[in-house]
Ligand binder design. Structure first.
Ligand code: FAD
Length: 292
């Protein structure tokens, strides 16, 4: 099923998982998926290491298994940085042969110290390539606080509009910890004429190292309320985990109330945290669906 169809009928709720690191026990991801099986997501997306990542084949296998073993629709991520057109074609042909219908088309982060090379410079180049050669449903990334490399927020929206015009059918945001960024972003996308549905990407922050990494990588801003939570509970693992879960639930409840098209939960492969969040919000998601 092409997941963009879902937005016509409901508030979409999706999950994201990542494959085991190369060399790690491949079976671990199936424990994660078993643990997530009490949740009824609309789809589960699987990340893919940039630069022709070594875990690419496991991304494809996991995305296919989610669909055919677990009976849940899936989406495979595909970062294009460093790929030649031939490599992209091989990967996309394999995805198609494994029954995958949804691709999250990305540029990928530029590896440190390496110069960009390959046939694709931006995610939009990959989207054009996919549209010309395949019939996949295309998801793309967007950034409520603007992508860190963007010249300005206005420029970021212009590039996003172009990405959608090239063929992105639906969008998923980078994580954010202050919903006002999302509402402001949604308004600016509407003004720019971007009509693709936008899922809000929510990451439950359950340890301090995790958020430090995200700040360094994506430049996400930390609101005062969030900083207070970190300061108060950083030395109490269980309390910080519970506070992080509560924070994510609060964000999601507000987003659904304000009519977000969907919620994409970055599970960090932690079924316990994902399940607690799902249990707290699934009635809200369903109630909202009935109204629309
Ligand atoms: P682009 O859309 O190409 O944008 C990158 C930058 O270039 C932006 O500043 C944009 O404004 C600018 N730009 C875009 N088009 C043009 C143009 N035509 N001319 C000039 N400038 C332009 N990374 C992974 O490696 N693997 C994953 O699985 C993965 N999953 C992700 C999932 C989500 C939901 C998100 C939000 C991000 C994910 N990422 C992943 C990270 C992502 O690859 C990085 O954020 C990357 O830096 C940008 O990717 P993009 O697809 O948004 O790039």
């Amino acid at each position: 099923m092409k997941t963009a169809e879902l937005f016509k009928h409901k508030t979409v709720f999706s999950l994201e998982v990542f494959p085991p690191k190369p060399g790690a026990d491949e079976g671990v991801i199936y424990k994660t998926l078993d643990g997530l099986s009490d949740i009824c997501p609309d789809f589960i997306s699987v990340t893919y290491g940039a630069g022709g990542g070594k875990n690419g084949s496991s991304t494809i296998k996991i995305a296919s298994d989610i669909k055919y073993r677990y009976g849940v629709e899936s989406a495979a991520h595909l970062p294009c940085i460093g790929l030649s057109r031939e490599q992209a074609k091989d990967i996309l042909d394999t995805m198609k042969s494994k029954g995958i219908e949804n691709i999250l088309a990305l540029r990928g982060d530029i590896p440190q110290g390496e110069v960009k090379k390959g046939d694709f410079e931006h995610a939009s180049d990959l989207i054009i390539f996919i549209k010309e050669n395949y019939d996949f449903n295309i998801l793309a990334a967007c950034y409520p606080e603007a992508h860190p490399e963007s010249a300005s927020r206005a420029d970021d929206i212009r590039r996003l509009k172009y990405k959608v015009d090239c063929g992105a059918d639906q969008l998923i945001t980078q994580l954010f910890l202050d919903n006002s960024y999302f509402y402001d972003f949604r308004e600016r996308t509407a003004i720019a004429g971007i009509e693709a549905p936008i899922e809000a990407g929510i990451m439950p922050v359950t340890n301090k190292r995790q958020i430090e990494r995200m700040v360094a990588l994506c430049g996400v801003k930390l609101p005062r309320k969030f900083m207070r939570m970190l300061e108060r509970f950083e030395y109490n693992e269980t309390a910080l985990r519970d506070a992080g879960i509560a924070y994510a639930i609060d964000q999601i409840a507000d987003l659904i109330t304000q009519g977000a098209d969907g919620i994409h939960l970055y599970t960090m492969n932690d079924p316990y945290v994902a399940k607690r969040i799902y249990d707290a919000v699934h009635n809200l998601i369903c109630a909202n669906s009935l109204v629309s």
